[in-house]
Design a protein around this ligand. Structure first.
Ligand SMILES: Nc1nc2c(ncn2[C@@H]2O[C@H](COP(=O)(O)OP(=O)(O)OP(=O)(O)O)[C@@H](O)[C@H]2O)c(=O)[nH]1
Ligand SMILES: [Mg+2]
Length: 249
């Protein structure tokens, strides 16, 4: 009997691409841009988001979808800082969010009164890179506690990102972390990357990040033609409309 081989992974990724396109279509229909926040576990995604929600309350209406392996701890932390919706996705062990989960979360979000969607992905520097969620731009947090070499060790995450938030800079006096080398290694992987340097704890560098978030929400709400050009921010996005299939590890 002939053996038929089915590339399951390929099909799963194709399906994700289709669902991500649907997420993108729905968000664009409402002029809502989306950021996908990714990093290793504990790099500071939730604290950065907590501070961002608190600082921009009453200014930018931010809806949040947050993925967690097992708990809704992060969703509970974030919900304390916003009246807008925080949608928790417990992935049950999966190491990344996928577009189907974002699409389901959108059903519970009032997009007509949302200026910006921020997705906090599952803490992982590998899996989330391969999954297009329908975002306009990808932000990777890169904590000073992680060592400068992370862009070289996990190049795909940095290659497909648009922005890097170098987090926990308040710890620099205590760490053998060379910021310039870290930036150079990241730019070696992706020369188009733009950097922020923040401490969500002390507030250092947060103004530039908050200006960016404010601007990202506003510019992307511009009329369709302009939106296409600006949704990914001030610099040309390396790969807008990231294809999950072309991004397999
Ligand atoms: N010193 C310092 N600590 C920080 C900073 N940002 C976050 N932290 C701390 O780092 C730890 C992890 O922060 P989280 O915001 O939970 O990190 P996360 O990336 O959301 O973690 P996961 O969702 O588990 O992947 C917490 O104890 C934070 O208080 C910072 O700028 N400086
Ligand atoms: Mg978190």
């Amino acid at each position: 009997m002939p053996v038929r081989t089915i590339d399951v992974r390929e099909r799963v990724m194709e399906m994700n691409d289709r669902l991500a396109a649907e997420v993108r279509r729905r968000l664009r229909a409402h002029g809502v841009p989306a950021l996908n926040l990714m990093s290793s576990p504990g790099s500071g995604k939730t604290l950065l988001l907590e501070r961002t929600l608190a600082a921009l309350a009453g200014d930018v209406r931010i809806a949040v979808v947050v993925g967690d392996l097992q708990t809704d701890n992060d969703a509970a932390r974030l919900a304390r800082h916003t009246d807008d919706l925080v949608q928790a996705v417990v992935t049950g062990g999966a190491c990344h969010l996928d577009a189907r989960q974002i699409l389901a979360a959108l059903d519970a979000i009032d997009l007509a009164r949302t200026d910006l969607l921020v997705i906090e992905n599952v803490g992982n520097l590998v899996c989330p890179a391969s999954w297009d969620l329908g975002e306009d731009a990808r932000v990777v947090l890169f904590a000073t506690t992680e060592g400068e070499d992370k862009p070289s060790k996990y190049p795909k995450m940095f290659r497909l990102a648009h922005y890097v938030v170098m987090s926990k800079i308040d710890l620099l006096p205590y760490l053998p972390f060379d910021v310039e080398r870290a930036v150079a290694l990241a730019r070696g992987v992706n020369p188009a990357l733009e950097f922020f340097r923040t401490s969500a704890l002390t507030g250092e560098g947060m103004d530039a990040w908050l200006d960016f978030v404010r601007g990202f929400a506003r510019r992307a709400a511009a009329p369709a033609g302009a939106r296409e050009r600006v949704a990914a921010g001030p610099s040309p996005a390396p790969e807008v409309g990231i294809s999950a299939r072309s991004a397999t590890p």
